[in-house]
Design a binder for this molecule. Structure first.
Ligand SMILES: Nc1nc2c(c(=O)[nH]1)N[C@H]1C(S)=C(S)[C@@H](COP(=O)(O)O)O[C@H]1N2
Ligand SMILES: [Mo]
Length: 185
């Protein structure tokens, strides 16, 4: 039986790359992620800090808004919720903007960013995440369109209202649920 796909999506075997902000590779040891904005404590985590947290594995279809779905993609990493707990989101913080090293960004409702299965991932299909796919560490938000899964993640900034990211500024949806075809608007 064919797996069920969200409306308007077609399956792909390959994992196409999609990058608007090319950057130089970074060694794992030099990775750094800052959690800033509407938080009780601004925190910065390095590679070792991330690895000290309990890792999880996840398998999910990955949907790009341009129409391809890559089935049963496996990721390992730590839940974003766990990392945000360290910073303590303020009660007013309902939104997040996730930034890459190269200046790409995506906005996310905090509830989506902290949902179960949303990871800061360093493994793809059992192998270390390559630079092209956002290594050493990328955001994976598997229940939303792929543009929310920021590669080369370096900062998560919380706010009390939406601050639009790269594609949201260009007319893409604030949330981006593929099952509701939230592509634009
Ligand atoms: N930093 C960064 N992250 C990004 C993008 C990008 O251009 N830059 N593209 C997004 C889009 S549109 C998709 S579909 C996925 C693609 O991930 P992949 O290149 O690993 O397949 O990454 C997302 N994260
Ligand atoms: Mo995409």
């Amino acid at each position: 039986m064919e797996p069920k796909l969200p409306p308007g999506q077609r399956p792909t075997r390959k994992f196409p790359l999609f990058t608007v902000d090319p950057s130089e590779p970074l060694e794992r040891e030099r990775f750094e992620l800052a959690v800033t904005g509407w938080v009780e404590r601004r925190v910065t985590l390095g590679w070792e800090d991330l690895r000290a947290l309990a890792a999880e594995e996840l398998e999910h279809d990955f949907h790009c808004v341009t129409g391809w779905t890559r089935s049963e993609t496996r990721w390992s990493g730590v839940p974003v919720a766990r990392v945000l707990e360290l910073a303590g989101p303020k009660p007013e913080a309902g939104w997040a903007l996730a930034w890459s090293r190269g200046g790409y960004s995506a906005s996310l409702p905090l509830a989506d960013l902290t949902a179960p299965g949303v990871l800061l991932a360093w493994e793809l299909d059992g192998a270390p995440l390559t630079h092209d796919h956002g290594g050493p560490v990328r955001l994976v938000v598997p229940h939303l369109y792929g543009w929310k899964s920021v590669k080369w993640v370096k900062k998560i900034q919380l706010s009390d209202r939406e601050v639009e990211g790269y594609w949201e500024m260009r007319g893409y949806h604030h949330r981006g649920d593929p099952w509701r075809e939230e592509r634009y608007g």
